[in-house]
Design a protein around this ligand. Structure first.
Ligand code: ATR
Length: 277
């Protein structure tokens, strides 16, 4: 049998955790497949994608800086990827046609539900910090889940407004100065900015107005417990770290490429964490 090949295209791609993650599942399920790092500079993306089929690839993940640009090189784009405006997973059919999908929203919502089983979309408003690509996937997931109000706060207010305009109701752009009011009755707070990440400035936000019943999720996972999550945990909020989003977003990709639905387990988590050390 021919080995089904997959991988992750990025520039740079050395730090991607996806090879550890998919490698774990390939071994665990005894799949005749491989998953490799594919360093591809931005100006070679189209060429690299077009050569995948003849090289035996069944698909790839895309990471920084290719997720948005890839839309232009797909033969087909799923509605989710179109709406999120980015492709993170590509499926290649037997004729070599490329389908671009996005599993980030799936990864976010499944991680949230796993980490905070009592969270419900109708628990109350969600506050999303940030308005970049990650925020867009998170807001899309919350919109699909049926959250009645999604408040987007961003350093650059125009970007928050742009995101609210792009996805529509129930997103509303809220000025960072109004964070206090935005948090007052929130049931969920999600940080999608890079603040709090190792080497980046801290996220400065006063959690005092946030109900202790709210769930706090940081999509930053280096460190695993960000200062935001530590502060939220200390005051009694349920916290959900960001590593799970990465693990869950990989599930439908692996299933589509290799025909086996893998599970997100503590062993997988431990393996990926060990690969980060
Ligand atoms: P991604 O695709 O991972 O979301 P991005 O599009 O670069 O990355 O978005 C990064 C987010 O972090 C943005 O919301 C950005 O705010 P701006 O839109 O104002 O740039 C936010 N961010 C990054 N550094 C920041 C900082 N020092 N202070 C406040 N917000 C910051």
């Amino acid at each position: 049998m021919k080995i089904a090949k997959a991988g992750v295209m990025g520039w740079p791609v050395d730090h991607s955790l996806s090879p550890a993650l998919h490698g774990f599942w390939l071994t665990a399920h005894g799949v005749e497949g491989s998953y490799q790092r594919l360093p591809v500079p931005p100006d070679q993306l189209g060429q690299a994608l077009s050569e995948l089929h003849e090289k035996g690839f069944v698909g790839v993940n895309l990471t920084v800086p290719h997720k948005e640009a890839a839309l232009g090189f797909m033969q087909r784009v799923t509605p989710d990827a179109r709406r999120i405006g980015a492709v993170n997973t590509v499926f290649i059919d037997n004729e070599g046609a490329l389908t671009g999908t996005n599993t980030d929203a799936f990864g976010f919502i499944n991680n949230l539900r796993a980490g905070a089983p009592r969270w419900r979309a109708n628990n109350g408003p969600a506050v999303v910090l940030g308005a970049g690509g990650a925020a867009r996937a998170v807001c899309f997931a919350l919109q699909n889940a049926g959250v009645a109000e999604i408040r987007v706060l961003n350093r650059t207010a125009a970007r928050a407004q742009g995101l609210a305009d792009a996805l529509g109701a129930p997103l509303v752009a809220v000025s960072w100065d109004e964070a206090k009011d935005a948090l007052k009755d929130a049931a969920l707070l999600v940080n999608t900015t890079t603040l709090g990440m190792k080497g980046q400035p801290r996220l400065e936000i006063d959690l005092a107005p946030l109900p202790v019943t709210a769930v706090v999720n940081d999509i930053v996972y280096v460190p695993l417990e960000t200062p935001l999550l530590a502060a939220a945990r200390a005051r009694g909020n349920t916290v959900v770290d960001g590593l799970g989003m990465l693990l869950y977003q990989a599930q439908p990709s692996f299933a589509g490429w290799f025909g086996v639905k893998p599970e997100v387990t503590s062993a997988l988590r431990a393996h990926v964490l060990a690969s980060m050390a």
